[in-house]
Structure formats: structure tokens, C-alpha cells
Design a binder for this molecule. Structure first.
Ligand code: ADP
Ligand code: MG
Length: 345
């Protein structure tokens, strides 16, 4: 956050601030008829289904500004919403962004935050079409609503997995969680309680995964190109284990996932060892990976195997068999939704 050159928000006032933050926004999608500047934005979707998702992020609960730069926070807040739209096999088109700001924040801080949001929007061709701005007494609160579109026949729900389907994930898992652990460990250093500087050498990937997640638009495109429509899909925000159980309960099926097939990056493994944590537990229960978890019919084994950055980690079974992890030594462990539950903290 800015400490030296800070311009107090009161110098602009609410309307001046909104104007400052939204100046220069150009609409890129034909579906966005009118954006910021009136009582409501105007959208028009032809022959498509409209997808809507929303997130509310509270300082101290969902993010910690001690180690999260505001630009990254803006980027991430937008990305995780795009990820939800991709998880429906749709395309994100617009967002509204609402912020509640305390006096601790100056205009330069909000500029950083909006820079991150706008960067994410540019990368995914999403229009910022409105929002709301208000004061807060304690900290920063952010709410983003994302609107997306999909052809009616292309929308993928969580409830379509069938027995014998293959379970697939994109990317690798557990790295964002390790990045968070690393940040928490170094937090004392950031706060100046120790003299040592944090050393992140060799751990860059973990920090990047935590601070700068990327919504997997590329995977949605690869699947479409290969003519594959998943039978079920969701993004991994709370951890693989918990998300698998959502798919299985909503699809009324069971699953077997193989421990040895779960994709894990080398840096994640090194870090888990350093922290003395079980690596598979991190990959299964660590949150905020924002990878895609989906199922495809067994008949598409060959096509799916050819796609880069997708791994088959198991298969769907009858509901009676429950949800289990097959460990490296061949034992079965019932999956538990340990997840990433902010409410329990
Ligand atoms: P209202 O009084 O109807 O809430 P506002 O004065 O809050 O209207 O907003 C004016 C315009 O600016 C609207 O188009 C609104 O969507 C947009 N807007 C307000 N706050 C933000 C923000 N933080 N980011 C982007 N657009 C905003
Ligand atoms: Mg308003």
C-alpha cells in the first residue's frame, strides 16, 4: 500500500473517484450495449444462455494485505470469477465491481487495485460495466459479479458425471496452498519483527500460483477444439477432495482417484517436505488452485489423452462404492471434504 505519496480519497469525493477509476474503459463485447454511467448497464445476448456468478471478498477473511499487493488482489478477484464461468463451459463477458473502502486507502491504492482488475479483463476480453462504491469503517471489501454466455447445448453442470467416465484435472494442484503457507510463515518478516529478509528463491512458482492464479480459458478452448464436451465440470477453489465430492453427490455417483496420478509440481513437493506436511493431503485439500476438474466419457480416452496439461486421475463408479483415493500402496482411503472453509476458522 502507498505510504509516501498518497492522495486522500476525500479530495475527489465519491463521484470524482468513480469517474477517475472508470475513465477510459472501452467496451469490447458486442453484448455490452452500455456500461458505466447510468443507473444500470445494458446487455444484449442473442440465442445464448446467460451465466451469472458472484463473489464477496473481505479483508482479513479472504485476503491479507500484509502480503498481497493490491494489483494482484484485483487481478485475482477478477480471475476467480472468470474461472467460475469457464467451469460452466461458458465465456465471461462482463463484470461489475463493488468496493467498500476505509480511510486507510488512498487513490493510489485503488489505482493499483483497478490496474490488476483491468489487466485480467483485458486478457480475457471482459468488459467492466459498473459497480458500486461506498465507505467502510474497518477494511476493504470487494464484490465482483461476472456475467458470461454459453450456447444452450454447451453448458456443463456438476451433475452429469456417469459411471465409467474418466476424471480429469488441468495443471497441477497444491501449489497455491503451499504459496499461502510460505506467505504466512514469512509474514512476521514482512511486518518487520525479524531482521531477516524473506528468501523466495526457488519458490517463485508457489507465490505466483497463490498471488496470480490464471483462469483456464485455454483448457475450455482445447476441449472445444477436440470436440469434447465434459459430462460434468467445476473449478477447484476449495481443494480437489471437496470438489470431487460435489460432483459425485450432485451426479449421484462414486469415484476412485489414484494418488500417484494427481499432478503436483516439483516446488510444491519440496515445500511440503520443508513444512513436514503430507504432499497428497496438500494436493487434495489445499485451496485456490483454480484448475478445472471434469469428467468425460471413457470412449474419449484417446482424444483427452492428447490434450496438453490435462491429466486423467481416476474414474467414476456406482454411488454405492463411495468416493475414495487409491493410495500408492493400493489401499483405499475414503475422501473427505476437508476443504478450505473460511467459516470454520
Ligand atoms: P447509483 O447512485 O445508481 O448507485 P453510482 O453513482 O454509484 O450510481 O454509479 C454511477 C455509475 O458508476 C454506475 O454506472 C455504476 O455502475 C458505476 N460505478 C460505481 N462505482 C463503481 C466502481 N467501483 N467501479 C466501476 N463502476 C462503478
Ligand atoms: Mg452507487
Amino acid at each position: 500500500m502507498h505510504e509516501g505519496n498518497r492522495t486522500e480519497i476525500s479530495t475527489l469525493g465519491e463521484f470524482g473517484l468513480i469517474k477517475h477509476l472508470t475513465e477510459g474503459i472501452k467496451l469490447q463485447n458486442t453484448e455490452s450495449k452500455y456500461g458505466v454511467g447510468d443507473d444500470a448497464a445494458v446487455l444484449e445476448f442473442k440465442d445464448q444462455q446467460v451465466l451469472v456468478t458472484t463473489d464477496l471478498l473481505m479483508e482479513g477473511v479472504h485476503f491479507d494485505l500484509v502480503y498481497t499487493p493490491l494489483k494482484h488482489l484485483g487481478y485475482k478477484a477478477a480471475m476467480v470469477n472468470f474461472s467460475d464461468i469457464y467451469a460452466m463451459n461458458g465465456t465471461p463477458k462482463q463484470i461489475t465491481l463493488s468496493v467498500a473502502i476505509s480511510k486507510r486507502f488512498c487513490i493510489e491504492d485503488l489505482d493499483d487495485f483497478y490496474e490488476g482488475v483491468k489487466l485480467a479483463c483485458d486478457l480475457h476480453h471482459v468488459d467492466l460495466i459498473g459497480g458500486d462504491t461506498t465507505a467502510s469503517v474497518t477494511g476493504l471489501a470487494i464484490s465482483i459479479t461476472c456475467i458470461g454466455a454459453a450456447d444452450k447445448k454447451q453448458v456443463v453442470y456438476r451433475n452429469g458425471a456417469k459411471e465409467t467416465d474418466l476424471i480429469c484435472v488441468s495443471g497441477d494442484l497444491g501449489a497455491a496452498y503451499m504459496g499461502l503457507q510460505l506467505m504466512e510463515r514469512e509474514k512476521a518478516v514482512f511486518q518487520g519483527e525479524k531482521d531477516v529478509q524473506p528468501d523466495f528463491a526457488g519458490k517463485e512458482y508457489l507465490l505466483e500460483r497463490f498471488l496470480k492464479p490464471e483462469a483456464r480459458k485455454d483448457i475450455i478452448e482445447s476441449l472445444a477444439k477436440a470436440g469434447i464436451k465434459p459430462t460434468s465440470m467445476m473449478d477447484i477453489s476449495d481443494g480437489l477432495s471437496s470438489e470431487l465430492m460435489h460432483i459425485c453427490s450432485q451426479s449421484k455417483v462414486g469415484c476412485r482417484v489414484y494418488e500417484e496420478r494427481i499432478p503436483i509440481d516439483y516446488q510444491t513437493a519440496v515445500m511440503a517436505e520443508e513444512f513436514n506436511m503430507n504432499l497428497s493431503t496438500c494436493a487434495l485439500n489445499g485451496g485456490e488452485d483454480y484448475e478445472l476438474l471434469f469428467t468425460v466419457p471413457l470412449t474419449q480416452h484417446e482424444e483427452i489423452s492428447k490434450i496438453k496439461d490435462i491429466k486423467i486421475i481416476g474414474h467414476i463408479t456406482k454411488a454405492e462404492l463411495g468416493c475414495a483415493l487409491v493410495t500408492r500402496d493400493g489401499n483405499e482411503m475414503e475422501l473427505k471434504a476437508q476443504g478450505w472453509n473460511h467459516m470454520e476458522k
